[in-house]
Design a protein around this ligand. Structure first.
Ligand SMILES: [Cu+2]
Length: 301
C-alpha cells in the first residue's frame, strides 16, 4: 500500500489541526532544550568555579530561576496552547460530513445524504473542511490520524466531532488509539485525500449498487449475506463491513492485509488465521462455492 510518508507521524502536519499542533510541539521542545542547556551550564559553572561567596545572593537565584523564569516559560506555553486550540475544530461552511462508527475491530464509514457505506477506507477531497462524526455502539475506541489531527474518542452514547482540513493529497494511515479488545492492534484504516474531481468520481462509483456479476446467487444464499450487505442484492447483513464496492478498497479487515485475490481467499477460508478473535467465523464452503464467492467479490469495484 502506498503511504504519504515512511509512516504516520504527529510531526508531518499535513492537516490543518496537526499543522497547528506541530507548532506548539516544536515550541515546547525548543523551550525545554533552552532550559536544560541553562541548567546544565550553571551546574558546570558551579563545579569548576572556586568555592567562595557569590556576587548574586541566594534570594536572587530563587526569585529569578525559581519564580520569574518558570512564570515566563509557562506563560509563553499557555498563550501558544490556548491560541492553537482556539483554532481547532471550528465549524466551517461547506464542510464534508463523514459518519464513522467504531466496530470491533473495524471502521464503518458513511457519507450522509448519498447512501454510500464503506469500511476502513475514508476518501476525502483535499482542501475541503471535514466534519468527521464519531460514534460507537460497543466499547470506546479512539480515532487517530497522526499526520492530520489529534485523537478523538468514539464513546457509546456520546457523539463527537473531529474537524480538520487535509492540506496535502496522499494516503494516510489511521488507527484506533484506545485499547478496545483482542484485535485493537489490527483496527487500522486509511484516509485517501485526493483532488475534488477524483473524490467526486469515487463517490459516484460508491453510490451505485453492486454490479450484477456471476457468483451473486452463491453469495446471497451463503451465511455471508447474514452479516454483510451488498447494496442492490438480497445480502443486507450489518454485523460486518458493507461489501458493495469491496474490490475498490486497498486493504482488508482494518488494514490487516492488502486486498489481493490471495489474501481475500485466505481471509474467507480462515479469518482467524489473519486476525485472531475477529468477529467473523470461518464459513464452511465447497471449493466451487469459495471460487464463486472470491470471483464475485473481486468483481465488486
Ligand atoms: Cu478500537
Amino acid at each position: 500500500m502506498l503511504l504519504a510518508a515512511a509512516g504516520p507521524s504527529i510531526l508531518h502536519g499535513d492537516g490543518s489541526e496537526s499543522h497547528r499542533l506541530v507548532g506548539v510541539w516544536w515550541l515546547l521542545l525548543g523551550l525545554a532544550v533552552v532550559v536544560v542547556i541553562v541548567v546544565v551550564g550553571l551546574v558546570v559553572v558551579a563545579l569548576v568555579r572556586r568555592p567562595g561567596p557569590s556576587s548574586l545572593g541566594d534570594d536572587w537565584w530563587i526569585a529569578a530561576g525559581g519564580v520569574a523564569l518558570p512564570v515566563v516559560v509557562l506563560l509563553v506555553v499557555a498563550v501558544a496552547t490556548v491560541d492553537a486550540t482556539a483554532h481547532l475544530r471550528i465549524r466551517k461552511p461547506d464542510e464534508l460530513r463523514v459518519e464513522v462508527v467504531g466496530r470491533r475491530w473495524w471502521w464503518d464509514v458513511r457519507y450522509p445524504g448519498t447512501g454510500v457505506v464503506t469500511a476502513n477506507e475514508i476518501h476525502v477531497p483535499v482542501g475541503r473542511p471535514l466534519d468527521i462524526g464519531l460514534d460507537s455502539d460497543n466499547v470506546t475506541h479512539s480515532f487517530w490520524l497522526p499526520d492530520l489531527a489529534g485523537k478523538v474518542d468514539l464513546i457509546p452514547g456520546q457523539h463527537n466531532d473531529l474537524r480538520f482540513t487535509v492540506r496535502q493529497a496522499g494516503v494516510y494511515q489511521g488507527l484506533c488509539a484506545e485499547y478496545c479488545g483482542l484485535e485493537h492492534a489490527k483496527m487500522h484504516f486509511l484516509l485517501v485525500a485526493e483532488s475534488p474531481a477524483r473524490f467526486e468520481t469515487w463517490l459516484a462509483g460508491q453510490r451505485a449498487g453492486a454490479l450484477d456479476a456471476t457468483g451473486r446467487t452463491v453469495f446471497e444464499q451463503s451465511a455471508c449475506a447474514g452479516c454483510h450487505t451488498v447494496r442492490g442484492t438480497e445480502a443486507v447483513g450489518t454485523k460486518g463491513p458493507d461489501l458493495t464496492h469491496l474490490a475498490s478498497r486497498q486493504t482488508l479487515a482494518g488494514d490487516t492485509v492488502d486486498n489481493t485475490a490471495a489474501e481475500l481467499r485466505a481471509w474467507i477460508t480462515d479469518p482467524q488465521s489473519l486476525k485472531r478473535g475477529a468477529l467473523m467465523p470461518a464459513v464452511p464452503l465447497s471449493r466451487a462455492q469459495l471460487d464463486a464467492i472470491v470471483a464475485y467479490l473481486r468483481g465488486l469495484r
